[in-house]
Design a protein around this ligand. Structure first.
Ligand code: SF4
Length: 449
């Protein structure tokens, strides 16, 4: 949902590259109407059309911006991303194919992405914020390919029957297929080979396609890794795999007094704080729990409060020798960014970083593996299996938290502000509390063995 919103906002913002156009999506209710209106606007030689809609051989495409200048049409497809993925390129080549076959004087299609080096100074400058890259070379090479593929797809549709194709890696490429729940419903049982963690998909499909569909059915000689062999046994016995010595070694670096900490990050596609770049990770909330007290700091960033965030982080963590985290990647990145904005606190921030003990290491390295994890190592899943008693009632993920934070910044309604604030703090604190409970559970496990 957030990705959609982000894409939508950026697409809307990119219209400023060619201001004053007609937005087909705003004037129509469905694809048919959008197609008809586009046709009409083309006949009227309207210079710029947003969401211009074309259909060729049954393939419908919409392009973010279509501009007519010097008697030629140029299209721009806007992506809320810094990098151009294979999928973006392939999709744009298809758009190019449809446009080339629909417009006599079509010139080129440019993939328009965010410029990762752009730094906000004053108002956002759309010309510097976006980068453009022609897809003409790749698209021209693929014109015949699309002719053939569309013909094949037409034949499949004419058959009026579901093609007899088994599940495979194609179900995930480029995205998980919309029919996943239908085709995979009999496959995703607790016993399925696809529940094994850290085994590449080629191997899993090799087993599945040769008739080995359940974990217990895998021949031990087919499993190269000793840990995976233990995991197979753990699925059969429904008991966890535990490497106590490894867990003890990680926990030996925990020095009291300790607390668990979690941070939330905001990474707006469109830079909103002076001196920041697109998608720059900006920490806005941290919560700590030591079992007796909970402590949270929320920087609302109506103005740039990163320095204040850095100061609060340094001050409030001073009382602890260890900070337990679950996957420190994001926290470390946040600290790196804070050092740039508050160089006078660089040493103190480094000291905060050095206090981290990352419990994720235990699970990522399979030092503790419970078959109920399957191949999901999120804190929420682990916490559920360990029965920590920590519940997540509102926000369910970091991405959703970013969405809530946007809402907090943008709403003027005091009651919505206060409710959103509470939701954010509750989510972040739940993560910190779950991390603390996890550490306690593992420490007890070592003591009692
Ligand atoms: S999930 Fe999608 S891609 Fe996979 S077999 Fe079913 S329809 Fe085909």
């Amino acid at each position: 949902m957030l990705t959609f919103k982000r894409g939508h906002d950026i697409g809307f913002f990119a219209q400023q590259l060619f201001p004053g156009g007609r937005d087909v999506s705003k004037e129509t209710k469905n694809a048919g109407e959008a197609y008809d209106l586009t046709k009409k606007l083309l006949e009227e030689n309207v210079q710029t059309i947003y969401e211009a809609t074309f259909i060729y051989k049954g393939v419908l495409v919409m392009v973010d911006i279509l501009n007519f200048e010097n008697e030629i049409y140029t299209a721009y497809e806007v992506k809320s991303s810094i990098k151009i993925s294979e999928t973006y390129l392939r999709d744009s080549c298809l758009q190019y194919y449809v446009l080339k076959n629909s417009l006599a004087n079509f010139n080129d299609l440019f993939l328009t992405t965010m410029n990762g080096d752009y730094v906000l100074e004053g108002n956002v400058d759309p010309k510097k914020l976006f980068k453009r890259r022609s897809v003409k070379k790749e698209a021209e090479k693929n014109l015949e390919y699309f002719d053939k593929k569309i013909e094949d797809a037409g034949l499949v549709l004419e058959m009026n029957a579901i093609p007899n194709i088994s599940i495979g890696k194609h179900c995930f490429k480029p995205y998980q297929c919309d029919f996943f729940n239908t085709c995979w419903k009999d496959v995703v049982s607790a016993e399925s080979v696809f529940n094994l963690p850290f085994i590449n998909k080629d191997k899993l499909f090799e087993w599945h396609d040769s008739g080995v569909k359940t974990i217990s059915g895998i021949d031990d000689t087919q499993i190269e890794n000793q840990t995976h062999l233990k995991i197979k046994d753990s699925f059969i016995s429904n008991l966890p795999v535990v490497h106590l010595d490894k867990i003890a070694s990680i926990l030996s670096s925990v020095k009291p007094p300790f607390a668990a900490i979690d941070m939330e990050i905001w990474a707006p596609a469109l830079p909103q704080l002076q001196g920041t770049r697109p998608f720059q990770q900006i920490p806005f909330l941290f919560c700590m729990s030591d079992g007796n007290t909970n402590d949270c700091f929320l920087a609302e960033h109506v103005a740039d409060t990163r320095k204040e965030f850095a100061r609060e982080l340094v001050e409030r963590t001073k009382a602890y020798n260890t900070l337990l985290v679950y996957d420190k990647t994001m926290e470390e990145l946040a600290i790196k960014g804070l050092k740039d904005v508050a160089p006078e606190l660089a040493e103190d921030l480094e000291a905060v970083k050095n206090k981290f003990v990352d419990l994720f290491e235990i699970f990522r390295n399979l030092y503790y593996y419970h078959p109920a994890f399957k191949n999901n190592f999120s804190l929420k899943m682990i916490s559920e299996v360990f029965n920590t008693g920590v519940t997540y009632t509102g926000i369910q993920s970091g991405l959703e938290a970013m969405n809530y934070f946007e809402r907090l910044r943008n709403t003027e309604d005091p009651s919505e502000k206060s409710k959103t604030r509470e939701e954010l703090i509750s989510y972040c604190l739940s993560d910190a509390q779950a991390t603390l409970k996890l550490a306690e559970y593992l420490q007890n496990l070592i003591k009692t063995q």
